[in-house]
Design a protein around this ligand. Structure first.
Ligand code: DGL
Length: 284
């Protein structure tokens, strides 16, 4: 691995962009490559072994694009495949998402914390382990939000349908005296404003993305993999296994970035770039 490589960031779709934007904010001189597996979205209702297969192929693809580190910007994929990816690529820096139960436990005054996630995240061993380590003294209200990631994928971030769905997901949490809510799916920060409006200012809503970006910065520095700060702004490439034009629209709407996106196809268990003239984009 060399410090001039890119940071590979992936998710089942657009959710990981909530992590990507924090990485770019915190490490503006780093190059990034974002991959959205929209050909398989949503991951949240899929078996763990199937998600592991996709994640392994995506990691290989990102390594072919000369990535020096990979961020699994998806709680569902981290729950299913983070341990497996670290065993498969032992030399590689791999950062994953862990539900922010630890900071929530430190923050709560009532001792009750709501967690919003996909079914697969709650089923994964990672969630059980995190809850066992950090939530022994508090009560967790685990709310499966099946379908919420799909609403973000279709860019219904401020539609009436999404508000109705959010009210239904939040009702069981609001019926308790929870004072902290953990967003344990990277799609959900894109509806954070609506969540905050529904729950009111007394309840803190935690998006772990800034902490993940800071952690990545520390790990890159420790491993001598940080890009030289002489490079003022990094360049960014975007790939998807779904429709490239539709991803480019999502990129503009969700994070305000106008850039072309490259299509990549799943050919049996591998990812193949459809057209070789990849383009990168510099912010700023
Ligand atoms: N963004 C993903 C996560 O953080 C999940 C969305 C999906 O179900 O694909 O869990």
């Amino acid at each position: 691995m060399n410090a001039n490589g890119s940071i590979g960031v992936f998710d089942s779709g657009v959710g990981g962009l909530s992590v990507w934007r924090e990485i770019v904010r915190h490490l503006p001189h780093e190059n990034t490559i974002y991959f959205a597996d929209r050909g398989h979205v949503p991951y949240g209702s899929k078996p763990q072994t199937e998600i592991q297969r996709y994640c392994t192929a995506i990691a290989r693809f990102l390594l072919e694009q000369e990535c020096k580190a990979i961020v699994v910007a998806c709680n569902t994929a981290s729950a299913a495949a983070l341990k497996y990816l670290r065993e498969t690529f032992p030399e590689l820096v791999i950062i994953g998402m862990e539900p922010a139960v630890k900071p929530a436990a430190a923050l709560t005054r009532t001792g009750v914390v709501g967690v919003m996630a996909t079914p697969a995240t709650f089923e994964g061993r990672m969630f059980q382990a995190t809850a066992g380590r950090h939530a022994y003294a508090i009560k967790l209200i685990n709310q499966v939000c099946d379908g919420l990631a799909d609403l973000v994928e279709t860019l219904e971030v401020d539609s009436a349908r999404t508000e109705t769905a959010l009210r239904a997901y939040l009702e069981p949490i609001l019926a308790t005296n929870a004072d902290v809510i953990v967003l344990a799916c990277t799609h959900y920060p894109f509806v954070l404003d609506t969540i905050q409006r529904i729950v009111g200012d007394e309840i803190k809503v935690l998006d772990p993305a800034p902490a993940v970006a800071r952690h990545l910065g520390r790990v890159l520095a420790e491993r001598n993999l940080a890009t030289s700060r002489d490079i003022v702004t990094g360049t960014h490439g975007f790939y998807t296994s779904g429709d490239a034009a539709s991803f480019a629209t999502a990129l503009r709407r969700l994070v305000g970035v106008s850039a072309t996106t490259q299509s990549v196809s799943w050919i049996s268990a591998d990812l193949v770039v459809e057209c070789a003239n990849s383009s990168t984009f510099a912010i700023g």
